[in-house]
Design a protein around this ligand. Sequence first.
Ligand code: NAD
Length: 316
Amino acid sequence: SQKVVLITGCSSGIGLALAVRIAKDEKKRFMVYATMRNLSKGEALVEAAGKTLGRTLEIKQLDVCDGRSIKACVDSLPERRVDILISNAGMGLIGPIECQTIEEMKTVMDTNFFGLVRLMQELLPDMKRRKRGHIVVISSVMGIQGILFNDVYAASKFAVEGFCESLAVQALRFNLNISLIEPGPVITEFERKVYEEGLKVDLSKADKVTADMFTNIYLKNYSQIFETMGQMPEDIAEHTLKIITMDNPPFRHQTNTLYTPMTTLKYADPNGDLPIDTFYKMVFEHDKVFNASLNFIKLLRWRSRKSFTLDKDKAS
Ligand code: NAD
């Protein structure tokens, strides 16, 4: 029988690509409920969905910041059944924290973190009862590693990861799966929106060094990072489709191999200094990046020698 998939934030970007890709599954294995906060923004999805609309794809209203809207959406589904939840809705925020209001930060936490919590409160009890379900969360590499001037956004994704890691143990008891998809940069509206908001940041509350760092280093390199490392939303959709069709889906999945060396730094050094030093050098001492990379490779080689050599004396 068809699996019911509920996806949030489908009016653009990754959510739209996901909804369309899963609804167009050649074997018609899924019935997709593509949800969005504002139904009047459904045009792009309607167009991309084509013939799947009304067949394997239906559009519904759902605002992850509004518990009543979540409940109304789930109540409208046959038997309230959701086999696969894809929590995708999210927003970014960049800039020095002294230039941001607590209200702005709370909106990010409310959307990215509490949005997921609300969905889980509504869906988890049913999934537990059925002993069937897969919760897939579009997290980010920033869910495991902080990035300059993304302080609150990274915190919201860390919150998501801690929440899911804790629940994953309980989920096992009910035969449920949880998977975190961790993309690096993806070329979507997100990138443009975040950048445009970044240009509007009132830097008068920041000191000169911080303001300069944000404008002349961070914003200046922003587009280049997306150009050189960015994936398309369709790539993320392809990765996610693979994850939801696996018998034993992984808890974490990074979509971008170009980014893996960066996240590996975190696990390579239990003190946590290696990624911070490396990011510092990348940002402020471009010429030293080569040396940093070299040190990293040396460390990896040292570690693999340690784990493969039984005789400590030989591992010099
Ligand atoms: P996007 O801005 O195109 O999509 C985000 C979607 O979430 C939008 O359609 C927006 O309307 C929706 N949304 C926001 N608040 C909502 C709410 N309260 N209720 C329902 N929907 C809401 O950007 P995207 O890149 O497709 O982002 C999707 C997810 O991917 C986000 O969780 C984001 O954090 C994550 N992500 C993005 C990137 C990237 O570089 N673009 C990288 C890693 C992870």
